[in-house]
Design a protein around this ligand. Structure first.
Ligand code: HEM
Length: 685
């Protein structure tokens, strides 16, 4: 009660309370929708609405809650912190664009979609300060407003002193409210989402949203579908007024936002197309499972399809996407191969990963989205400038559906990050222009957010990552090779210790073959290792899928997802993260491997009377008489104990299956005998 009152008065948000995970049967089998009870000893680890994990202690101006730069003119290492907007216009924003010659724009789109599975810093509950100041109207620093000052001579904004910015919500009992608890604690921010790579952007992050997304009108385990237009597959359901309003310009369209598992789904139409494909993938799988297992109820169909979808996303991310970022396979990168679930690893998303490192992806975004027809030619409406893609779901409905956007992403290049070409101007000068008096600036927001969250500076993180010591700007030469960039950094920051972590990280030269420099590589690996090893439901954990199911999951590719769920995608290159070229050229969809869901076929105990018994038995038999598996290879990476556990399980399972098949075969023989006798009877009558 007291916490609720403090929440109400101060705008902080309560941390998730303890979970007891009493429903062991459920928690052993399936993920909770909010990520709780994944780690049974630490049930809140990685669950939604818990604080981000700190790798380094935060730095606040007053030691516990005010961001650096709060007090105007305050000096650090002899220099004031530069305005975030000034850093953006001086060093980050670019009109000039160079396209990558290897990776497709799909690398960007998967990155954003993935991020929306992993983290969302909960915004402050209200955009008004305690004194009733509206963050959109005032340029004063008054909680929760932390406006970004517009420097004199700004290239775009001349009629305003600031760009509005609202601080992320604080965990109750941290920062300012920690005083009420009598124990001063630095301010911590909350992750609205589950930290696990669990497809929460499809299924939601709490019970309420999770249920709202499901279709309970039938018992088929489906997600709710929205409108279906002729010649197209279903779209996401429309949102019923919550979150954001997409009808910002009634002259354009009256189509509202769509609803998905993450509230940012409508942020740009490319992202929305991706959400739409994965809604369809869930329903495609749930329908196929039902076909095979008519005795499964809706809950089972939903949970099993959800488990497969989550596993597909993990496989695509670790086997196909990360290698494009780190330029090598998982085994070759510092991530190493999977060695099993480690319950001592906390998979919660770190603050620096969400607030800085993963935002490297902003440097891959092209200023316009290509939209291509089935012959890979532009559609009549042409490409879409990013500024027109924000919160414009109507374009998905009225301008050709998901296919043109998706083809544009896999058939054209991502933006290449160069020392002086970091974020395109659509992002720094045109962001969300219809909803704000002055368009936002994503680069400035990244910087301001880092300060809001108390992230230590770039140099501190270099130390953490065992990079060389930096005392002057010249010491940066090995990682930021451009002399012009170092000079501008000096002019802006005065002292290297003042460089914001996102700025230093994004300005580093990319390592050979990679899309990030050494700092972000280190911080991304720190998280991606935990996301894999600390997830009890990780798809390669031998207790999650049967061996023959895992083999099937490993067949998946994003290309297959596009073929199966696009409206009419028929040609695609096998690796959609790489541009189509001779070794990765367009092929027909039927040449792309698929996940054979027969591995999920499950004979029921009392189904002998059903008319498909014979075909089911045949299918089952085929499965178990399939060429023998290479168990030596399958268990290669496991420890001795894990090997024993795995093989024992395989043995028990095969034993059970043999008995079941034996029983069914006996039943069938009996029935054949009866039929034979019956036939004889009739013939002799
Ligand atoms: C057109 C594409 C994109 C747009 C318009 C966009 C826009 C945004 C915006 C407005 C924010 C919130 C900034 C703030 O208030 O702090 C944000 C946060 C973020 N973005 Fe993007 N973004 C895009 C693509 C990407 C990509 C490709 C990645 C990664 C590969 C990415 C990673 C992130 C991350 C990690 C956050 C922080 C999320 C959180 O935990 O709150 N974004 N982005």
């Amino acid at each position: 009660m007291q916490v609720k009152e403090i929440e109400r008065l101060s705008g902080c948000t309560g941390h998730r309370r303890r979970q007891n995970c009493t429903n062991r049967c459920f928690h052993h089998k399936y993920r909770a929708i909010d990520g709780s009870c994944n780690n049974l000893r630490h049930p809140t680890w990685g669950s939604s609405h818990t604080g981000f994990r700190r790798v380094l202690q935060p730095i606040y101006e007053n030691g516990f809650s005010m961001p650096v730069g709060w007090e105007k003119g305050r000096r650090y290492y002899g220099y004031p912190k530069p305005a975030a907007r000034l850093v953006s216009t001086t060093l980050i924003s670019t009109h000039a664009i160079t396209s990558d010659d290897q990776i497709s724009h799909m690398v960007m789109q998967w990155g954003q979609f993935l991020d929306h599975d992993l983290d969302h810093a909960l915004p402050s509950v209200s955009s008004e300060s305690w004194d009733g100041i509206d963050c959109k109207k005032s340029c004063d620093n008054a909680a929760p407003c932390f406006p970004m000052e517009v420097p004199p001579g700004d290239p775009r904004i001349s009629n305003r002193r600031c760009i509005d910015f609202i601080r992320s919500s604080a965990v109750c009992g941290s920062g300012a409210t920690s005083i009420l608890w009598g124990d001063l604690m630095p301010r911590e921010q909350l992750n609205q989402l589950t930290s696990y790579l669990d497809a929460s952007q499809v299924y939601g992050y709490d019970d309420k949203l999770g249920r709202d997304l499901r279709d309970f009108t039938t018992d088929r385990g489906l997600l709710r579908e929205g409108p279906t237009f002729p010649g197209h597959k279903p779209l996401l359901p429309y949102a019923s007024g919550q979150f954001v309003d997409c009808r910002r310009n009634p002259l354009e369209s009256s189509i509202n936002c769509f609803v998905a598992g993450d509230i940012r789904a409508n942020e740009q139409v490319g992202l929305l197309a991706m959400h739409t494909l994965w809604l369809r993938e869930h329903n495609r799988i749930a329908r196929a499972l039902r076909e095979m297992n008519p005795h499964w109820n809706g809950e089972k169909l939903y949970q099993e399809a959800r488990r497969i979808v989550g596993a597909e996303m993990q496989h695509i991310t670790y086997r196909h996407w990360l290698p494009r970022i780190f330029g090598s396979t998982i085994e070759d990168s510092m991530l190493g191969s999977y060695r099993g679930y480690d319950p001592n690893v906390d998979a919660s998303i770190s603050n620096v990963f969400a607030t800085a490192a993963l935002r490297f992806g902003h440097s891959l975004i092209q200023p316009r989205l290509e939209r291509l027809n089935a012959s890979f030619q532009p559609i009549p409406q042409g490409p879409l400038n990013l500024r027109d893609a924000f919160f414009a779901p109507w374009r998905l409905v009225e301008e050709g559906g998901v296919d043109p956007l998706i083809r544009g992403m896999y058939a054209t290049a991502a933006k290449l990050k160069l020392p002086e070409q970091n974020l395109n101007v659509e992002l720094t000068e045109q962001l969300f222009r219809t909803a704000h008096a002055v368009a936002l600036d994503l680069a400035a927001m990244n910087i301001q957010r880092g300060r809001d969250h108390g992230l230590p500076g770039y140099v501190k993180w270099r130390d953490y990552c065992n990079m060389s010591r930096v005392e002057t700007f010249e010491h940066l030469i090995n990682d930021i090779s451009s002399a012009r960039v170092r000079q501008k950094l000096r002019e802006l920051y005065g002292h290297p210790n003042n460089i914001d972590v996102w700025v230093g990280g994004i300005l580093e030269d990319q390592l050979p073959g990679m899309k990030v420099g050494p700092l972000f590589k280190c911080l991304l690996l720190e998280q991606f290792r935990r996301t894999r090893d600390g997830d009890r439901f990780w798809y390669e954990n031998p207790s999650i899928f049967r061996a023959e199911q895992l083999v099937q999951i490993q067949q998946v590719s994003l290309a297959r997802i596009l073929c199966d769920n696009g409206d009419n995608i028929t040609r695609v290159q096998p690796n959609v993260f790489l541009l189509p070229e001779s070794r990765n050229d367009f092929v027909n969809c039927d040449e792309i491997p698929y996940v054979d869901l027969n591995a999920w076929s499950d004979c029921c105990e009392n189904c002998e009377d059903r008319d498909n018994t014979i075909s089911r038995v045949r299918r089952e038999a085929e499965k178990y008489f399939a060429p023998s598996r290479d168990y030596v290879k399958d268990t290669d990476s496991l420890s001795r104990e894990e090997k024993i556990e795995y093989l024992q399980r395989m043995f028990d399972e095969s034993n059970r299956e043999t008995k079941r098949l034996q029983q069914q075969s006996d039943n069938l023989s009996r029935r054949m005998k009866e039929l034979e006798l019956f036939l004889k009877d009739i013939k002799t009558q």
